[in-house]
Design a protein around this ligand. Sequence first.
Ligand code: SF4
Ligand code: ZN
Length: 316
Amino acid sequence: MKIIPCSECGKPSAVNLAYAARHLCAGCFITHFEKRFFRTVREFGMVRPRERIAVGLSGGKDSVVLLHLLSKLRKKLPFELSAITIDEGIKGYREATLKVAKKECRKLKVPLKVLTFKKDSGYSLDQMMKKTNAAACSWCGVFRRYLLNKGARELKADKIAIGHNLDDVAQTVLMNMMRNEPLRLLRFLEPLSDDAHLISRIRPLLRTPEREVAMYALLKGIEIKYSECPYAHQAFRQHVKGQLNATEEKYPGTKQRILASFIEMESLMRKGIEGQEFRISHCSACGEPTPAPRKGMEEDERSRTCMHCRMVGQLR
Ligand code: SF4
Ligand code: ZN
């Protein structure tokens, strides 16, 4: 096999960055990876001195690598770091990643808060799926976002850090376009409302391809569990992921271009809605934030209750 030298130092390369037409050795790759992370945090002003950041820690590779990188950033920037793990109650899947989350937090001395679907609603995701024919991921998403926001507020966090990588973001952009959900797209980088109950989210890995997160974890000896959620095959996301990976293979750089075009579109779209009010009201059952009915629409019992509480109502 032909050995390709590292584009930086000439040593034998270990990683091929096809989108940048570069080959890097392990050491240069780690430097490149970490530099991109710190640059992205700076570029979007994601972490400011003395802020409280709560990492949404599933225990999968992306969130664990994010925890390590934020922990490293703390050596340069003084801020508080904690983690929240949501246990959906998916038998044979979540137990293993929960173990990793606990172990990594102990290792990095980061306090961890664990919240469960079962304790919140009385049902694990597995039990919910026995009661409804709905798609697991839509229900899981609503409860997970709800608990993450609530948990972060209880920790008095300023921001929630999510381990979404470049692949996740490019998929989300395409999915929201395919589903005609422009408002979801618009609030992806920043909430549309400044309601104090809504904790904003940061995605410091948004410029990092998924493959590189896995490679970094491997090279740094970070433990990774490669199990897949048993409901994942149902997801529309899986379909989009397959298509996107095939396109990237043929046209390297596609994912980066989708992100770049989204960032540009997002700022133009925000200008387009300047002055419009996106009101948030608070759920009459649980008090958590929920979109208020649009102007001219009548308020009824349904619109006063958040999606999470409506779903819990359907289970009972
Ligand atoms: Fe939840 Fe779907 Fe992700 Fe499984 S694949 S954890 S059901 S969102
Ligand atoms: Zn509610």
